[in-house]
Design a protein around this ligand. Sequence first.
Ligand code: HMG
Length: 398
Amino acid sequence: MRIGIDAMALAVPRGYLELADLAEARGVAAGKFVEGLGVRRMAVAAAHEDPVALAANAARRLFARSGRSPSEIGLCVVGTETAVDHSKPIAAYLHGLLGLPERCRVFEAKHACFGGTAGLLGAVDWIAAGALAGSSPRVALVVCTDVARYGIGTPGEPTQGAGAVAMIVSAEPRLVALDLGRSGSFARDVHDFWRPLDRKEALVDGHYSVACYLDALAGAFGAWREPAPSTELARTCYHVPYGKMAKKAHRHRCAIEGREAEADASFEREVAPSLVLPSLVGNVYTGSLYLALASLLDGEARILEGERIGLFSYGSGCTAEFFSGVVVAGAARTVEELALAAPLADRARLTVAEYEAIRRADEAADRAPVGTLVPPGAALAQTISYLGVEDGKRIYSN
Ligand code: HMG
């Protein structure tokens, strides 16, 4: 049985900040953010581009480009750590905005940046357990969506970002067939990154979080590798809070494999192609690993058809999973049809003052009356936007 990722699509906010501009405003060398952290630009979500709107726009694009239809969805899971409600899941909003069938399992998954992977692996299990038996071809929709926020002027500030990655998971995957039953898990109760209920901005013990990530990688990769240590991976996508973290991760893994000497050279070949899109968007939390996968496929699907790739997902708090899959024959043609990177072409550069104004408006946005949020011209006809609150309910354009 083959199960895996059939199609993908991205959504990013319209505005982005050049990290060199942010560095200048904060009085640090641009090299610290651009080379030191490995980020060139970070996406900045305006109030109307909330995690529901980003998720819905990514999923809408997924249906438009993949040939799949909302009527085929039998499971819809949204991974997020920036949910808009303590009870109503983003998946319920998507159900309405996308017109998903009533015969559909719908829920939200949370474990920091791991929530999307929980959704993906849950969807794989759902198919493997026989959920499709006897039904017309039905597939799962997994959407990772987040707006990453740290305090203005904090060390985390240059590692923000925003965006959504929507994926179809099916038994006829056109992109990556996952290695069923082969994956390495890791968990440990740590306080490396968290967001108390009354805050929109995350709190983080930055350098400790890097150490936690690397410990989790060692545990998860070790568990994945154990049954067949000689399995070769042509490429590996790591969770990307910022590009340098993936480089540290790869070095750490190479040390575990006893190939430290070739770590930096193999990074350029095995990891760098997955960091192109993340370096232009920033940390999208649950979607970060899948933005890296989209980057890899966008650049190299043709040469990777038939090759095995590794995937490392990390969620602070913490849990992690190392898993793998094979890029299927024909993936390059599918990637072309999906035009994965196209949403990044239509963006507008923000000044630091504009970015700070957007961030200052964040708190009030959850209580803003309908009609007060979307700046004229910001909501395009084809785009789903958060419009504000009416009778205590969030309202979206569609
Ligand atoms: P910092 O302490 O301000 O930065 O913040 P630094 O002093 O460590 O410098 C960063 C790098 O820039 C260093 O490179 C410097 O040498 C270099 P490294 O030693 O690491 O290789 N540098 C320069 N390079 C070139 N030219 C220069 C220059 N100056 C310095 N002029 C920190 C860094 C990551 C701590 C901060 O950004 C932060 O707190 N970020 C948020 C936390 C985070 O992203 N953690 C990652 C692991 S946890 C994770 O991934 C989970 C997460 O996604 C959340 C979730 O799961 O939900 C965050």
